[in-house]
Every structure is written in C-alpha cells, then in structure tokens.
Design a binder for this molecule. Structure first.
Ligand SMILES: O=C(O)c1cccc(C(=O)CC[C@H]2O[C@@H](n3cnc4c(=O)[nH]cnc43)[C@H](O)[C@@H]2O)c1
Length: 217
C-alpha cells in the first residue's frame, strides 16, 4: 500500500465529465492536479506538454472512459494499461499495415510505470479490474471489421483516444506514465445509444477513491 506516495502527480482527462468524476473520487484530497488534456491524441499530447512545461511532476496519469474488446472487460469495469499503443499511426501497404515503428519514425508502444500491476490489485477491491494493452486511436472503432482487425493485430483490452498522446508528452519530459480507464461501451459497430457513460463515470469515481486511499496510507 501507499505505492503512489510521491511528490507530484498530474491526472489528465479528455472531457470535463471525466475530470469531475476523478475530482469527486479524490474529494478533499488536493495533492493531485486534475486537468483537461482535450480530445484525441494530438490535443492530448500538446496540452499535456504545456502542463508538464509549467510545473514539475513525477507521474502523469491519463484517466477516462474507454471501449472494451470482447472478452477482455465489461461495462463499468476498470482497465489499467500494461502499455499504451499508438494503433493507427502508420501507413497502409500491399503487405499490410506498417506501424510508425515499422516506418522508423518513432514509438508505437509506450511503457507504463511499475505501479500498474499493484494499482490494478488495489482497484479490484472497488471495481472489477483488468490489466492489458490500451489502444490509442484517432478514429474510434465503429465496425465489426475494424474491431476484428485491431483485436488480431494488437490483442488489446480496450481502446481510447488520448493515452499515447499523453505518454508522448510524458516521455518528452522524462515523467512516468499510467493510463487508467473505465468501460463505457464495447468496441464494435457504432451504437452510441448502448454507451453507459453514467456507469463508467461512477466507476471512474470509485477508482479515484482507491487512488486517494493509496496516497493517504
Ligand atoms: O457526453 C458526455 O456526457 C460524455 C461524458 C464523458 C465522456 C464522453 C465521451 O464522449 C468520451 C470520449 C472519450 O472516451 C474515450 N472512448 C470511450 N469509448 C471509446 C471507444 O469505443 N473508442 C475510442 N475512444 C473511446 C475516448 O478516449 C474519448 O476521448 C461523453
């Protein structure tokens, strides 16, 4: 316990509803800054870089909701990233998709801080929790064809749209990185009516409560 005790932690979320869920979970605990990084990999990289340039942090955590791949997590569950993967940055070719790494232009897989596994175990007491790769996409998956393709290519647990952007900023500033998501929807054919944002945001609040406990103990 208490493995999150370190001086400066920054949590970034894409949208205000996610930020509010995290702040509610942390309640009166004000030793962590919770800021918006905006929507998608580009805005999240740029805005996180700005935040890291303004103040010194030891750890940046990207929190928010996500889509889960079939069999990996359910609505309301938590997924802690074992790595964040920039999944759609690259080039199509006759021999298939070439990643940014294949092209020699940078990193595709972003490693996470060593706390990931212990944090997942602590979260399990409050919310069903899993650990696995979380994809970062510029375009949310909306067809079964893409779902199957991504599952085959990366064996991911979940997908979202900011993690690798935040991780890019963290690595630029030599700051540790974690991505923690709660599940609002299943990845597959787009059906916004089936999203359970309230459930996911409630779980996000519970995850933040656990993190507060880890910091206070
Ligand atoms: O409308 C609202 O009240 C509201 C509250 C909280 C979040 C939202 C979003 O639209 C979140 C967008 C955010 O969620 C991630 N996300 C969630 N599911 C997926 C997915 O299946 N594929 C990709 N990204 C997903 C993503 O990180 C977005 O930034 C609305």
């Amino acid at each position: 316990m208490g493995f999150l005790i370190m001086t400066n932690i920054l949590i970034v979320t894409a949208v205000e509803a996610e930020r509010q869920a995290v702040l509610t979970g942390l309640s009166d605990f004000r030793h962590i800054d919770v800021e918006l990084c905006g929507f998608g990999p580009m805005e999240s990289a740029a805005r996180t870089s700005k935040l890291l340039a303004e103040k010194s942090y030891d750890l940046v955590i990207n929190m928010g909701v996500a889509g889960a791949f079939q069999g990996r997590a359910r609505i309301g569950d938590c997924v802690v990233a074992s790595e964040s993967i920039s999944a759609d940055l690259g080039a199509e070719s006759g021999e298939g998709f070439k990643t940014v790494e294949d092209l020699g232009f940078g990193k595709m897989r972003f490693e996470v801080a060593t706390h990931a596994e212990s944090l997942k175990e602590a979260i399990e007491a409050a919310v069903p929790a899993h650990i696995g790769p979380i994809l970062t996409l510029s375009t949310a998956t909306g067809t079964e064809e893409t779902e199957v393709l991504l599952a085959k290519r990366f064996d991911p647990a979940a997908e979202a749209m900011e993690g690798a952007g935040v991780a890019t900023a963290a690595s630029l500033f030599d700051v540790d990185f974690l991505e923690i998501r709660t599940i609002s929807n299943m990845v597959g054919p787009r059906d916004k009516g089936a999203w359970r944002l309230d459930h996911a945001l409630q779980s996000l609040k519970k995850v933040a409560e656990v993190m507060k406990g880890e910091l206070s103990s």
